[in-house]
Design a protein around this ligand. Sequence first.
Ligand code: NDP
Length: 241
Amino acid sequence: MRSILITGGNGGLGLAIGRYFLNHDPEARVWLGVRTKRNQAAILAEAHAARCHLLDLEVTDPAAWQSAVAQILGADGRLDVLVNNAGMHRDCLLAAMPAESWHQVISSNLDSTFHGCRAAVAPMMRQRSGRIINIASLSAILPPLGQTNYAAAKAGVVALSRTLAKEVARSGITVNSILPGYIETEALGAMDDETRKQAQRGIPMRRFGKPAEVAAAVYFLASPDAAYITGAALKIDGGIF
Ligand code: NDP
């Protein structure tokens, strides 16, 4: 049995990652962290009743992390994989950016990753094994205008991952980050047709990625075959440089 916690379980990527583990690993027990009981995650949990569970997890709240991890350890006795996937953006040029947008984006993307890693590392160190995969963004290295908050948060996620990778390398724990480019989820829902076409013209493969294409990479990084990969930052973006 492998116990897997994925945050942002109601979102497009979180659901795809959960589904991927459930479909490819019959031994996987998937915990989907959600802050609202929206139907998407609930439907997946119902379809895999014995192996998939919803967990209340507001990722900016350290106490919520402690109780979520305690619940998993109580049920499974271990935590093998943490996927810090929850996140959001509030784009705005810096000159006009309300301080609240700055703090909200830093908190939901970067503080959340800190709280999650800290909560997961203790049981993983006791087990002397674990896999942490942090979902950053291509914006961490190629930021578009209007994302000072999001780019700073996601660059922080990459730096946190690389540093933590060194700290826990001798405890059998790997820590990697993934930098998706444009992936077809609700997060891209606000784009009009012309903006979509323009964005696709900037991608060498001329298409957006599918959530399952990110999920496959997460699954690999969580596998025994990826035991020697740590501190990596993997771009998944159809070839944008
Ligand atoms: P979605 O907006 O579809 O999903 C994001 C999920 O994160 C939602 O379920 C949301 O919860 C949850 N979430 C946000 N803030 C919190 C919080 N404070 N506590 C608990 N849950 C929270 O986006 P994606 O699935 O596309 O994105 C997943 C990750 O991938 C994010 O980190 C995003 O930044 C990153 N990413 C996505 C890209 C894309 O093109 N789609 C590109 C690059 C990176 P709720 O449902 O309650 O709102």
